[in-house]
Design a protein around this ligand. Structure first.
Ligand code: ZN
Length: 82
C-alpha cells in the first residue's frame, strides 16, 4: 500500500467538510464574515448587550446584615446541640 493510492479527498465539493459553517448563535441565520460568528451587526450587538446586562453589577448595594449602628443585627448563633 502506498499513500498515493488513496482516493482524492475533494469530490468536487465547494464547501470545506472540515469546517462546516455554523449559523448565527442569536437567530440561526448564516453568519456573516464581517461580524462573525454572527449574521449581522444587529445580532452582534444583541449578544454584547446580553453580556453587559448579565455582567454589570446591580445598582444599589444588597441588603446588609449590619444594623444602623454599625453592629451586626444578626443574633449570635448559639448552637447548643448535644
Ligand atoms: Zn443573527
Amino acid at each position: 500500500m502506498s499513500p498515493t493510492d488513496m482516493p482524492p479527498a475533494n469530490s468536487g465539493s465547494a464547501q470545506d467538510p472540515a469546517r462546516p459553517p455554523r449559523p448565527c448563535p442569536i437567530c440561526g441565520k448564516p453568519r456573516n464574515a464581517d461580524v462573525a460568528p454572527f449574521c449581522s451587526s444587529r445580532c452582534r450587538d444583541r449578544d454584547l448587550m446580553r453580556w453587559l446586562d448579565d455582567g454589570y453589577a446591580i445598582p444599589g448595594r444588597p441588603a446588609s446584615t449590619t444594623g444602623p449602628d454599625g453592629t451586626d443585627a444578626r443574633e449570635a448563633f448559639d448552637d447548643d446541640e448535644g
